[in-house]
Design a protein. Sequence first.
Length: 306
Amino acid sequence: MQLLVPTNVFYTSQLNAVVMQELKKKYPFLEIGMIGASVLGNPILYLKIGSGAKKVFYNAAFHANEWITTPVLLKFVEELAEAYVTGQKISTVDVNQLLKNVQLYVVPMVNPDGVDLVNGVVWEPGVLRRTEEIAARYPDIPYPSGWKANIRGVDLNLQFPAEWQMARKIKFAQGFTTFAPRDFVGEGPLTEPESLAVYNFTLQNNFALILAYHSQGEVIYWKFLDYEPPRSREIALYFGVVSGYQVEETPVTSGYAGYKDWFIQYYNRPGYTIEVGKGENPLPIEQFDQIYKDNLGILLGGMTKI
């Protein structure tokens, strides 16, 4: 099989868009669309595969320097589409039957501007100067490789209305009181277009389960406060077995205002943050093959276990 999704290159918003269009061209049954646009007007794109009654949602690259998660989701969609066309199984899963039962929605790059900054393709002088000024206030965070935030300096995964005030209190105590390369919660929940787009897309689609892909640590986070949606622990333990990742409760310092937190609180349904790989972000692309191998069971399980 000639694969379209490159897994040995640095990703940018443009490459993400081109790959998605090529996938749609090869597999016309895929649906492609926009959930919104970034601060700089970059489209935040989704792919959909499947026609079943149950909907699940996977997203990646909320954090700029965690862009290695983008090709994980793109490759998974490609493998599903190819297996559907050829009638083959993935692992032991009958993909034709799976896609009759489930609709999978994927947003591979929630934070296109931030990814572009980390990977050196933000060229507008005013934008670059602004990010350099923000980074200069945090000299301990390498620039641009340490940048997690959107292009304005807001951490998109600290933007959701799930104890946002507690996240603000914790991050302010850590010194992140204004626009920063990471960990600034913003001036309120859902102030940033990227987070708002994911929030609205979720409300529109009534998903049964979500996976939010991050890096690093080889950990699965599955709880928010004392919420324990039906079957969420069981599915988390399954994910741990098939991936070899640890299943843990989210650390207090990062346990509020995340997308997974809001989804669990609002819907009382299974939601997971998957931290792939090991090392310092951005992880080297050489880790991709191992990351994908470790996560294939989770990606399939999110569709088969719900």
